[in-house]
Ligand binder design. Structure first.
Ligand code: MN3
Length: 241
């Protein structure tokens, strides 16, 4: 943490105890064009399916590190950050070779996690997919249960660290994709409707090696309203990361 920010942080911490909580939840102070988005809900609101400590570490440490590393990577390439992240990721060959792997890993990590927080929410507040999205799920998978099963099987089969996604094309067609590490279908010019993180850091504290159990429980915290909004935005061509 730079000296000035550290002094401000310490002064703030002494004066306002809530400042400390905010800083711990939202991670390190970063410098650069990319920012850690705040969690859209308190870290404990996905319990019991995802525990508060996992959420705090996952957002405040892991995601924050991707943002910091991405800013660090592009420090001397300011022109890159003038473009939306999804465009940078869709055109990695245009990123200077000396920083390409860092941008791929950390830019992918920033995009994946920014999407991930959005598509979850407190359990028990959701009525499932509605309207056009519900019809698309029935058309492309045969129904929600089939989608869940295919998605869980795909997520369980990712070797090592990675993600399982549902992509949406401009006609509204849905498909299940997996990617290793922090890769994303955005790197192939596709749009991500939603996805689940199958890195061990996403579930290990509560589920240890039981990834299939985590994948099954995760559906309890899926925010179908947010996904329905993303579906409409994808069809109108304005869905970013
Ligand atoms: Mn993660």
């Amino acid at each position: 943490m730079p000296t000035l920010n550290r002094r401000v942080f310490l002064a703030g911490a002494a004066a306002f105890s809530t400042y400390v909580i905010v800083d711990r939840s939202w991670g390190q102070v970063t410098q650069g064009p990319f920012r850690l988005p705040p969690l859209p809900y308190p870290a404990n609101s996905l319990e019991p399916h995802i525990d508060a400590q996992t959420m705090e570490l996952h957002h405040g440490k892991h995601h924050a590190a991707y943002v910091n590393n991405l800013n660090e990577a592009i420090r001397d390439h300011g022109e890159l950050a003038k473009r939306p992240l999804e465009e940078i990721l869709a055109n990695l060959n245009n990123v200077p070779e000396s920083i390409r792997t860092k941008v791929r890993n950390n830019g992918g990590g920033h995009a994946n996690h920014s999407m991930f927080w959005q598509v979850m929410g407190p359990p028990g507040t959701d009525d499932g997919p509605e309207g056009e999205l519900r019809q698309a799920i029935e058309r492309d998978f045969g129904g929600l249960e089939q989608l869940r099963n295919q998605f869980n099987n795909a997520g369980a089969s990712v070797f090592g660290s990675g993600w399982v996604f549902v992509t949406v094309n401009k006609d509204g067609r849905l498909a299940i994709k997996t990617r290793p590490n922090q890769d994303t279908p955005l790197m192939d010019g596709e749009r991500v409707l939603f996805g689940n993180d199958v890195w061990e850091h996403a579930y290990y504290l509560k589920y240890q090696n039981r990834r299939p159990e985590y994948l099954k429980a995760w559906w309890n915290v899926v925010n179908w309203k947010a996904i329905g909004d993303r579906y409409k935005r994808a069809k109108s061509g304005d869905l970013g990361i």
